[in-house]
Write a protein that binds this ligand. Structure first.
Ligand code: SF4
Length: 543
């Protein structure tokens, strides 16, 4: 193999060793994009993307071409990689041209709708010495190459859906409060996960939620290329990981105690749990210690924020979860720093919020390349207030209107609604979707609540199942996504309602609430109305 490594850009007129015919020379001398397929085939897989990026424009002048040359047989993988990279960069095919002396190459691009000319092409190109990994999006997951996910207590994973374990380095648990990003992304565990992907072995933590998820189910893995679009082309599949993506909770600080949430994700719930403490001195309770850890591990003195400063210009894709991240001063400072440094213009910023906050900095979010707000809104009015305990629906409405105005004003600010579906809200979903239709939002999507299992749609009384099927079926034409919920209901286990009633009864007495006041229909169907009226424990109470 000719070992002429391409180190400077191909449009440099000093690269005299490339023999060119007139067309090629004209293109090259005009400073336009030209690259040989033979070069692409022997450089790292991120090479082509890195070459294309400086030429990307909102609009191309007429006659502009991304020119690809070829004078010897090349593997189909290379051809497919070119098409995928052109697509990833959103380049209209009319601005792409191939000149080749290979009939099969011409046929391939013709079949894709990309102009390919059969012609005389220079025979000598700069050649690298790599065996690139191409066309990998259905085999390799980019997350273990691209970044890390941080849990509220500082533990790390390749992504939030990675199941079962936290990352270690040579057996020692890693923690974002003391370990550097470099130590985490190139830890022995992360290297092993990348190697397993390359060898076609499913990493253990990826099985449950992604690689062994039911066929056809959309998962983080199936969406990865789309979610990481702004960094995907740069991923160094052949080499080590590089932090370009950051995902995490960073704290469980929250102002709400949602019924479907857990202490690890809500400081309010963690405190509430201590109300049930059996310890005379609550500070002796291990749960108290855990609460302190969750709240304080990633405080402002933690290394994670210094690491963020250090890597600020290379991280370009953020996915921030809660607690409530818009309450977290460190997150607000991060947003400020990104905007002040001007780096926000290169960043995709996604944040999940309960809708109760609208800090001033939100008015500056248009300074990001793209912003995705995911609002956790599962019901309306007093039912929302019950489910999202301590919230005020009127305040949420006010904030949603402000976010809606931002989305209307700036096309690159997008709103989404994340709807956690449980026994509490399934009956009222049509009303919720009706309400949401007033906002300018991209999508709404459902997630099924599994924990606490007492609230899961897996566990319904026969009466609840029948009524839910009847009600949801009535609205399926208007809101086709309800099909997801309808299927959960149709496939549920039939139960007597005891777990549901006991769970709600505990919550209600702790919070001095009564679910019947807000969710009467569901209370009747699950036996809770009878349960609290009769105070008896003979099951079933419904029917
Ligand atoms: S396969 Fe799924 S769980 Fe594994 S790293 Fe990718 S997105 Fe995460």
């Amino acid at each position: 193999m000719v070992a002429r490594l391409l180190t400077t850009h191909l449009n440099s007129t000093k690269q005299k060793y490339i023999k060119m015919d007139k067309v090629v020379r004209r293109v090259q001398e005009s400073g336009r994009f030209v690259v040989a397929l033979e070069t692409i085939a022997t450089m790292p897989s991120s090479f082509l993307y890195s070459q294309i990026v400086p030429y990307l424009k909102e609009e191309y002048p007429s006659g502009f071409k991304f020119l690809f040359l070829n004078s010897s047989p090349v593997n189909n993988n290379v051809l497919q990689h070119i098409v995928e990279t052109v697509d990833l960069c959103d380049i209209p095919y009319e601005f792409v041209m191939v000149i080749t002396n290979q009939e099969s190459v011409k046929q391939f691009f013709d079949s894709k709708g990309i102009k390919a000319i059969f012609g005389k092409v220079p025979a000598e190109f700069p050649i690298g010495d790599h065996t690139p990994i191409f066309n990998n999006h259905d085999k390799l997951c980019p997350y273990p190459w691209a970044g890390i996910h941080v849990e509220p207590q500082g533990y790390v994973k390749p992504c939030c859906d990675f199941h079962g374990t936290y990352l270690k380095h040579n057996g020692t648990l890693l923690n974002a409060s003391r370990d550097t990003f470099e130590q985490m992304i190139n830890s022995s565990d992360m290297k092993l996960i990348r190697e397993q992907f390359k060898q076609g072995i499913s990493p253990e933590g990826c099985k449950k939620n992604c690689l062994e998820a039911p066929k056809g189910k959309s998962t983080r893995f199936t969406h990865a290329k789309h979610k990481l679009k702004n960094i995907y082309g740069e991923i160094n599949w052949e080499g080590d990981g590089q932090i370009k993506f950051l995902n995490g909770h960073f704290s469980n600080l929250c102002n709400l105690g949602c019924v479907i949430c857990e202490p690890l994700a809500s400081s309010i719930l963690a405190v509430e749990e201590l109300k049930n403490s059996t310890y005379s001195n609550v500070k002796q309770d291990p749960k108290y210690k855990q609460l302190q850890i969750n709240l304080n591990t990633l405080n402002e003195n933690s290394i994670v924020w210094r690491e963020l400063d250090k890597h600020l210009s290379s991280i370009r894709n953020f996915e921030i979860l809660g607690g409530e991240p818009l309450l977290n001063k460190n997150i607000l400072r991060l947003i400020e720093r990104l905007i002040e440094s001007g780096h926000s213009k290169n960043c995709v910023f996604q944040i999940t919020s309960n809708g109760t906050q609208f800090p001033d900095i939100c008015n500056q979010l248009h300074n990001f390349k793209q912003v995705f707000f995911h609002f956790s809104i599962d019901n309306t009015g007093s039912r929302f207030e019950y489910e999202r305990y301590l919230s005020k629906w009127e305040e949420v409405l006010e904030n949603l209107n402000k976010f809606n105005a931002l989305a209307k004003q700036h096309n690159h600010i997008k709103l989404h609604f994340a709807i956690a579906v449980s026994i509490l809200n399934a009956y009222y979903l049509p009303e919720l979707l009706e309400h949401l239709s007033q906002y300018k939002y991209e999508t709404h999507y459902f997630g099924d609540v599994n924990k606490p299992s007492a609230l899961s749609l897996n566990n319904l009384t026969p009466q609840a199942k029948d009524v839910l099927i009847t009600k949801l079926t009535k609205f399926i034409d208007k809101f086709p996504k309800l099909d997801f919920v309808l299927n959960l209901v149709k496939n549920c286990n039939l139960v007597d309602g005891k777990d549901f009633c006991e769970f709600i009864s505990n919550k209600d007495s702790l919070r001095n609430l009564n679910l019947v006041d807000t969710h009467k229909e569901i209370c009747d169907l699950m036996g809770y109305t009878t349960f609290i009226n009769q105070g008896e424990t003979k099951w079933p109470l419904v029917g």
